[in-house]
Design a protein around this ligand. Structure first.
Ligand code: SF4
Ligand code: SF4
Length: 86
């Protein structure tokens, strides 16, 4: 497992926990979350982070009704490379 110290804020969305409601997409101030063209195993178009310009504000986390679908990481956080989008 590779640990990365983040040089900018980021988020991770777990595709299998996303129900495709779009609330995070509507809520994100800089508009950096989109629907993926693929479906998850439950048949939902899941949301994903486009990989840049997240401010780490946490609005998406609070907007999401699915527990643990979204994780927000601040700049300087140490995170396993495998668990971050973008
Ligand atoms: S933390 Fe804020 S800026 Fe980053 S993806 Fe979520 S809503 Fe958007
Ligand atoms: S708010 Fe949560 S469940 Fe809804 S699209 Fe975003 S990540 Fe998926």
């Amino acid at each position: 497992m590779t640990i990365k110290t983040l040089t900018e804020p980021t988020i991770n969305i777990e595709p299998e926990l996303c129900k495709g409601c779009g609330l995070c997409i509507e809520a994100c101030p800089p508009d950096v979350i989109k629907f993926h063209e693929k479906f998850n195993s439950k048949g939902y178009h899941y949301a994903y982070y486009i990989g840049e310009n997240c401010t780490g504000c946490g609005v998406c986390f609070y907007a999401c009704p699915e527990p643990e679908a979204i994780a927000v990481y601040k700049k300087g956080a140490e995170v396993a490379e495998e668990v971050i989008d973008g």
